[in-house]
Design a protein around this ligand. Structure first.
Ligand code: FAD
Length: 460
């Protein structure tokens, strides 16, 4: 049996012994069968069972609950959405964009509410989020984000901070200002996903672990096929495997598995914390295209995550891609660039995992009544709260008890497929390198000659 604690600091410290639940041993029939024991699958199961306690719901997980991104992420539970508010307004109109942003803010509180009700000790702490302008070139970016929120009438959740105001909260090198967002919390990701699984079981759901789904079929009698037999579902099968869905040939191009990598320091001393500040434990980011996300953990460490590990030809996913020496070394040197006084600090953990990026960056939650297949996916590394919203939407679509949530832009839509290889590999590698060059050049006040092209492609 695999040692699942090695996959992340969070799985290691979630308080469970990580022994797998029993696998499926024979063919069965249920009302709803769900592939994936991550947040998407479990939130969907949870809300289905809340709505109808007599429903027969089964979750099939190829490893253990929390094996995927849900047990490995950066711990931000945020109202931030993978598509910017300006782009949402451009694509769907102001009203729909506003409704979606409000639903995202509400999802953050809903996660807290369920944790409270189900006694899930996920360390939920609503400290807000700071997007730092690290360099003069980032200042217009935070200003235009703030303006976009204001245009949606959401300015009250955001605040532009001067460099001095930002430094009062946190001492990071080279701050030129910040955007504070109040609707953001940090959580212990693995405790959330593992606690959610127990809540699903308490409400009558059954979770089979170490049960890979080998194939699936929709239709009047949809089903999953496993090595031990098939699981037939009366109402729906749900594909909640996020980036791993690409490993099915028929879903190979629905998202792009992009690795996000994390490094973690040892706990800082009280003296180091008093120099750094960061007393409210806000989630932290910069405006870099290569993405920086930071969390101050409950036990006083700094978690620093970033993208940039190379995309692998054919959307390959494997354990050996969870660690990438060059990218992890870059993240560690970035951390010292942010916090120069931490020179000499020890890094105790490094890990990573794939996030699912849709071709149009837009998450989706849909249920096709004609083949009884439901799916929610495409969170591009912003799924902790988004999965809660998508789980509620899927539960509504499957049960037919619709509310205004089922009118939100992600409901009932489909993202286009990614290009075929080798075009996909060439384009993604180009974008990854171009974004890294834009970030590096920005530090010296320059822009690479192809920055405009890369930015255009990044939006399309
Ligand atoms: C390193 C990292 C950092 C991140 N940081 C953040 C963050 O700070 N904030 C944020 O909002 N989001 C973050 N994310 C993204 C977020 O974690 C995900 O969007 C979210 O967890 C997706 O949940 P999910 O249930 O859809 O997918 P997953 O958690 O990946 O779950 C899918 C599950 O399906 C199972 N599975 C796959 N194939 C099969 C099969 N054939 N049969 C049975 N089971 C199968 C997998 O084992 C897995 O457990 C991060 C992601 C990563 C990788």
């Amino acid at each position: 049996m695999s040692d699942y604690s090695k996959y992340s600091f969070w799985l290691e410290t979630c308080g469970d012994n990580l022994a797998a639940r029993p696998a499926l041993t024979k063919s069965i029939e249920v009302d709803v069968a769900i592939l994936g024991g991550g947040y998407t699958g479990l939130w969907t199961a949870y809300y289905l069972l809340r709505g109808r306690p007599d429903l027969r719901v089964a979750v099939l997980e190829k490893e253990i609950v929390g094996f995927g991104a849900s047990g490995r992420n950066g711990g931000w539970c945020s109202s931030k959405f993978p598509v910017t508010p300006a782009m949402l307004a451009h694509r769907y109109g102001t009203e729909s964009a506003r409704a979606l942003m409000l639903a995202m803010a509400e999802a953050v509180d809903e996660v807290a509410r369920v944790c409270e009700e189900e006694k899930i000790e996920a360390g939920f702490l609503k400290g807000g989020m700071l997007t730092l302008a690290r360099g003069e070139h980032h200042v217009p970016m935070i200003r235009s984000s703030f303006a976009a929120y204001e245009r949606l009438g959401l300015g009250q959740h955001y605040q532009l901070l001067t460099a001095e105001q930002a430094l009062e909260r946190i001492r990071v090198a080279n701050i030129h200002g910040a955007l504070f967002a109040s609707e953001n919390a940090s959580i212990h990701p693995a405790r959330l996903v593992r606690g959610l699984a127990r809540a699903v079981e308490t409400r009558g759901g059954v979770i089979y672990e170490q049960t890979p789904v080998l194939s699936f079929e929709g239709g009047a009698n949809p089903r999953f096929l496993t090595a031990a037999g098939e699981i037939r579902a009366k109402d729906a099968i749900v594909l909640a495997g996020e980036s791993y869905l690409t490993q099915f040939s028929k879903l190979h191009r629905v998202v792009l598995p992009v690795y996000s990598l994390i490094t973690l320091t040892e706990p800082l001393t009280a003296a180091q914390w008093s120099q750094i500040g960061w007393q409210n434990r806000e989630s932290l980011a910069s405006c870099n295209y290569t993405v920086d996300y930071l969390t101050r953990t409950a036990d006083g460490r700094i978690l620093f995550g970033s993208r940039g590990a190379p995309y692998h030809f054919g959307s390959k996913i494997s354990d050996d891609q969870d660690r990438h020496a060059q990218t992890h070394a870059r993240i560690q040197s970035l951390l010292l660039e942010w916090f120069p006084l931490l020179r000499g600090i020890k890094f105790t953990h490094s890990w990573g995992g794939p996030v699912g990026m849709p071709r149009d960056w837009m998450p989706m939650a849909n249920f096709v009544a004609s083949n009884k297949i439901a799916t929610a996916r495409g969170y591009t590394g912003q799924g902790v709260s988004t999965t809660n919203l998508m789980g509620r939407i899927l539960a509504e679509l499957i049960s037919g008890r619709r509310s205004s949530l089922s009118q939100l832009p992600p409901a009932g839509r489909r993202s286009p497929n990614w290009e075929r290889e080798p075009l996909r590999w060439m384009a993604v590698r180009y974008m990854q390198q171009a974004f890294a060059r834009i970030d590096d050049a920005g530090k010296q006040g320059r822009r690479p000659f192809d920055a405009g092209v890369a930015e255009f492609l990044g939006r399309h």
